[in-house]
Design a protein around this ligand. Structure first.
Ligand SMILES: Cc1cc2nc3c(=O)[nH]c(=O)nc-3n(C[C@H](O)[C@H](O)[C@H](O)COP(=O)(O)OP(=O)(O)OC[C@H]3O[C@@H](n4cnc5c(N)ncnc54)[C@H](O)[C@@H]3O)c2cc1C
Ligand code: SF4
Ligand code: SF4
Ligand code: SF4
Length: 541
């Protein structure tokens, strides 16, 4: 029989039980992938940054966070936080308020002026990024940190994409947006504004770029044909929200109808209210539970006095009125007309029916595949055209800021590999730390902190930020609610519980190791580790 772990005797250890060689299983320290991290579209190492945050080391927490996502103050306001839906803590009481702590860290960074470290070395390669929305900015940030020269060409007068020209100020104050964009550009990224690219291939050749990342988003508001009299005022939600950033605010009248059931419809309705509409009514063809908008946004809109009309389609518009037809859901849940009509008062009608991608700049690119109006990309985010990568709203996938940021990061890593002729192979994913890996009874009950909100009266009339920040005490408390799923947080349990003193403490930050000479494989440590960071593996005999 061969033992790869031969027993060696150290001086002074002869009194201990050398039981190691009888084991059939040995404990090993592992890092499992926390489910929050797995669910974050930007791939943030949440457990990693919460670990620093809970000891009050906010700058380090922010540095760990921004290795994956350069815009935490923005994310902490607009991300729909799928991480929290996956959080194991929800099975004990409530999910950790990851998004709220992220915002706290982002705000701390702005307040204290923390900067990103410049790239270690220049690669000599030039990458063109088209579009300064979240996807383009994220790609530019990661590419620059990898040492490439980056030039962003942006059609609009300011950077930010839909974060500026879609998401209203009451959810994302522009000082926050500006601060995080400026910090990214300060890495030495060139931004050309009012520089719409008409032809990708020609721009690449003229600028001698080695690769390109396309992130032009989806900006063309979908229209539907609604018969209307001459004086009927119909506009699309994207144009309405965009015009909020210009000098001339739109005139919508007192009663505004909004057609659609997504988040854009909600933002348009809440904006109409703030512009002075007495009635802002969302007309949607299905029921509330089938609305694509998030529940919390619907709630916030209702609190502000926005009205919702279900199971209705708009048939025509005349001056001051719209005609709606009642719908009924069929057996498959699809709305079917009923032939019953109703008239509602409305001075203007805002269409929020989704957006299409303007693909005109891609003309003449060989090999490009377009399906359902979006550009197809491979697992490495490269389109069918060599050296042309794409991400964000213009490729298939969920249309959110966080997905766009994640695409930018992923594309940057693959562009880097491609430019260096060494294909980037993502690290194999660790096993996920499920709830079954945890010993939940070790953790005290600690309900989630509720985020404060602005009082309703001010929400209805101003564009002040609605959801407020956690203060430091709350942020610390929230960070400490993290169970550190699958990753040792140095609680000393294994060290204290081992009957054979086989656990060696390596000092703060360095965790532990096993002295297999003394471990008899009793598995107590693995059973008592609160967070599932010890695994029993069969001995290799
Ligand atoms: C009203 C509204 C509210 C939203 N709210 C949220 C939210 O709360 N949370 C969330 O996660 N997501 C939200 N979204 C979705 C989110 O904004 C988008 O998914 C995200 O911005 C997509 O990022 P992107 O970088 O792909 O594109 P965009 O943000 O659209 O940016 C694309 C950029 O490319 C530029 N561009 C376009 N064509 C050219 C060209 N030919 N040459 C040069 N530049 C060009 C555009 O001017 C723009 O700046 C919202 C969307 C809308 C419309
Ligand atoms: S970016 Fe969104 S999903 Fe990722 S950690 Fe932050 S809140 Fe969670
Ligand atoms: S408890 Fe912490 S590590 Fe576990 S899923 Fe939640 S945030 Fe992530
Ligand atoms: S018991 Fe505590 S110290 Fe030991 S591995 Fe688990 S978390 Fe780390």
């Amino acid at each position: 029989m061969h033992h790869p772990f031969a027993i060696t005797l150290d001086v002074g250890t002869s009194l201990a039980n050398h039981t190691g060689s009888w084991r059939s299983e040995r404990p090993v320290y592992v890092d499992r992938l926390p489910p929050c991290n797995n669910a974050c579209p930007a791939g943030e190492n949440i457990q990693g940054w919460l670990f620093h945050a809970e000891s009050g080391d906010y700058e380090n927490a922010w540095r760990v966070l921004t290795q994956d996502n350069p815009m935490p103050a923005i994310m902490g306001r607009v991300c729909y936080h799928p991480c929290e839906n996956a959080c194991n803590r929800a099975r004990i009481d409530d999910a950790v308020g990851i998004n709220a702590v992220e915002r706290f860290l982002g705000d701390q960074a702005i307040e204290h002026g923390w900067r990103f470290a410049p790239p270690a070395a220049e690669s000599g390669k030039r990458v063109l990024v088209i579009g300064a929305g979240p996807s383009g900015l994220s790609a530019a940030y990661h590419l620059r940190r990898l040492g490439h020269a980056v030039e962003i060409h942006e059609a609009g007068p300011l950077a930010g994409g839909m974060m500026r020209f879609g998401i209203p100020k009451y959810r994302l104050p522009r000082e926050v947006l500006d601060a995080e964009i400026t910090r990214i550009l300060d890495l030495g990224i060139t931004l050309r504004l009012n520089a719409k690219i008409e032809h990708v291939a020609a721009t690449m050749a003229a600028g001698k770029f080695d690769a390109v990342f396309l992130a032009v988003g989806a900006h063309i508001g979908k229209r539907t044909y609604i018969p209307a009299g001459d004086s009927a005022k119909i506009l699309d939600a994207v144009s309405l929200l965009r015009s909020m950033e210009s000098e001339d605010k739109p005139l919508l009248g007192r009663r505004v109808a909004i057609y659609g059931g997504g988040n854009t419809a909600i933002d348009a309705a809440r904006t109409a209210k703030r512009l002075g509409a007495t009635d802002a009514i969302i007309v949607y063809r299905r029921t509330r539970d089938r609305m694509p908008a998030h529940d919390f946004e619907v709630e916030e809109a209702l609190e502000e006095g926005v009205m919702l009309k279900w199971l209705s389609t708009i048939k025509r518009m005349d001056e001051g009125t719209i005609t709606v037809e009642k719908m009924a859901l069929d057996a498959n849940g699809f709305p079917q007309p009923t032939g019953a009509f109703e008239t509602l008062e409305a001075d203007s009608l805002v269409l929020a029916l989704g957006q299409d991608v303007d693909l005109s700049l891609l003309a003449g690119l060989p090999g490009l595949a377009i399906k359902d109006g979006v550009v197809q990309v491979g697992a490495n985010m490269m389109t069918g055209a060599t050296g042309v990568f794409a991400g964000g709203d213009m490729v298939p996938g969920e249309r959110t800021v966080t997905v766009a940021v994640g695409h930018g990061k992923k594309a940057a890593r693959h562009i880097d590999g491609w430019l260096r002729s060494s294909a980037h192979t993502p690290a194999p994913k660790h096993e996920i730390a499920g709830f079954e890996h945890l010993n939940a009874w070790y953790y005290a009950d600690a309900p989630k902190t509720v985020r404060p909100t602005l009082e309703i009266a001010r929400r209805r009339t101003t564009f002040d930020e609605v959801v407020k920040a956690l203060d430091e005490t709350n942020a610390l408390y929230e960070a400490r609610r993290c169970l550190s799923c699958g990753n040792c947080f140095e609680c000393d349990n294994c060290y204290g519980i081992c009957p054979d003193n086989a656990v060696i403490k390596l000092g703060p930050g360095n965790r532990f190791k096993f002295n297999y000479d003394y471990c008899k494989g009793c598995a107590l440590c693995a059973a008592e580790c609160p967070c599932g960071a010890i695994k029993m593996v069969p001995e290799q005999i």
